[in-house]
Design a protein around this ligand. Sequence first.
Ligand code: HDD
Length: 673
Amino acid sequence: MTTAQGVAVADDQNSLKVGGPRGPVALEDFQLREKIFHFDHERIPERVVHARGYGARGYFENYKPLTDLTAADPFSEAGLKTPVFTRFSTVAGNKGSADLARDVRGFAVKFYTRAGNWDLVGNNIPVFFIQDAVKFPDLIHSAKPEPDRAFPQAQTAHDNFWDFMSLMPEATHMAMWIMSDRAIPRSFRFMEGFGVHTFRLVNAKGKSTFVKFHWKPKQGLQSVVWNEALKINGADPDFHRRDLWGAIEAGDESGDYPEWELGLQTFSEEDADRWIKEYGFDVLDATKLIPEELVPVKPVGKMVLNERVDNFFAETEQVAFCTQNVVPGIDFTNDPLLQGRNFSYLDTQTKRLGGPNFTHIPVNAPKCPFHHFQQDGHMAMHNPVGRANYEPNSWGPEHNPKENPETGYQSLPVEESGPKVRVRSETFADHYSQARQFYISQTPEEQTHIADAFTFELSKVQTPAIRKRMVSHLLNVDADLARTVGEQLRLEEMPAPADAAKPTRQDLKPSDALSIIKNGPASFKGRKVGALVTDGVDADLLAGLMKACKAEGAMLELIAPHVGGVTDSAGKHHDADEKIDGGPSVLYDAVALLPSADGAVELKTMPPARDFVADAFAHKKFIAHVKAATPLLGKAGVVPDDLDGGCVELKSASDCDAFVKQCRALRFWDRKA
Ligand code: HDD
């Protein structure tokens, strides 16, 4: 061990004292002062939004050359692998907040291309709250803890947020998404990502095509239910980061890493103009999406996250995404939200990372060669060599970078004309039609979740007028939804529908792509079964369940009364992954109750064991159980008459396969819980 100056340290346990061991500490103790000084400076400002996040390294692999569409390097060759760094995040909570907040998730990918860094800074929801970046500070102020009281943390269930939302009709579509289960994903691995804005792809001939970027998880979509989210936040506030870490670690053994396909919706300016007339949405309006039925998403490559970071701070905390980081072949559109973002990100990184040299930090530096005359400033790591530091100059050719019109970035010469105005486009005025389309695309179960989420959030709002105003917008979305929420809030009287600049279109067709349940996985791969076991657990059954999970690519964890583990019926010892109060069923996708007869009697007396069962049942999980578990089920309020198709009795090891296959449906939604 040395000091930061490289001087070897002889004793790192004691400070230097004058006059013997009980004397005062000497100012001279440079070793102590340096260590404390550095510690005092460990924190940097957290991100003003998306403070809570988790990142990993990986690569993007391109399927086929897309040179007809774009000159962008990552799409130039079949099989080309471009390194990436991806950071997922929540938006509103601070750095230490819980992972299962009801919130949008950030989905930001930095591609280290051979032509420079390209950042696709997206979310897990394809639309946004507002249409113009000028409203972003208001949106975020309203969502964050209220300024006088500094609560609630990482929650939108409060007056300020719903006050703002209900005064901003354009936010209604997004309100539907954040009140859906999209805002409580089961894992980063099972959620989609979206670039949100319309961007441009530009080919080598300068031809531009509009594009929307989509990430689709290879293992299907999955969310938790709200009551689970509340409990997960207590049981494991790091649920999502632990999940990603664990999945990549498991991939090191199995070779199966978290994967997403990148898909493109491409369309022309003429299409975009036509849709304004036909469907009433403008592709420059970030509160709108393009239904996949209208423009199918074409898969063009896949992202694999296969490396955990070596140091959280160095990479995940210091990574700096900027929407303005594009490479030749990708260009912007006039979406006013995107234009504002292009200013915001560079500005915020300069403040957060302490100066203009944040591109020198390894996670932010390009992996391709780079040369420029930017110099000096705090913590300059790449310093120019030689005499030339301006352009044009007569030095060189060494250490003397020159511009290159052929390979250099060319902005698309888009023609703009007309007056300079501070107005909102008329084509952005339909705030409800796509909100309705989203709602009618959901399964009945998902519609119930949306109504319950609005009810939960608005029940935390203390000002009745705000609750009512929000319901007045829902009346423009769907009368049944508004009525359900109104009744669940016990509104004294229903408000009139909010004034609408454009009437809600009733002719937009449901889009299956918008539902999570309709886009679930084909297998139970990557999911987790929690088996509640005690001493005397049936050895054959346990082995059968382990085998069935392994065959499916699922994980099995053992939860026992003691962390020291259990001895099975054949006398074999199994370590427990969790002691019962540290492993509630909310942390698992499905559960198995495998106590011995004596074990069930012991578990019956343990409140966490009763909660384990009661929650799994209430959350509509698949439950495998042995006969001996009947008294435990009963104590948890699940009597024999309640046992439905989602509760599977395991009589022998051969039943385990069928159980795990059944779990592919993820939940037994028909349960009357
Ligand atoms: Fe933003 C961070 C995504 C609108 C200003 N944003 C940030 C991150 C993501 C997004 C994923 C975290 C990046 C990371 O992991 O480090 N933001 C979005 C999306 C938006 C959006 C998908 C709408 C389509 N953002 C938006 C607007 C503004 C900002 C309109 C400002 C005008 N966003 C920021 C920021 C942040 C940020 C203040 C905070 C930390 C950071 O940039 O690096 O600049």
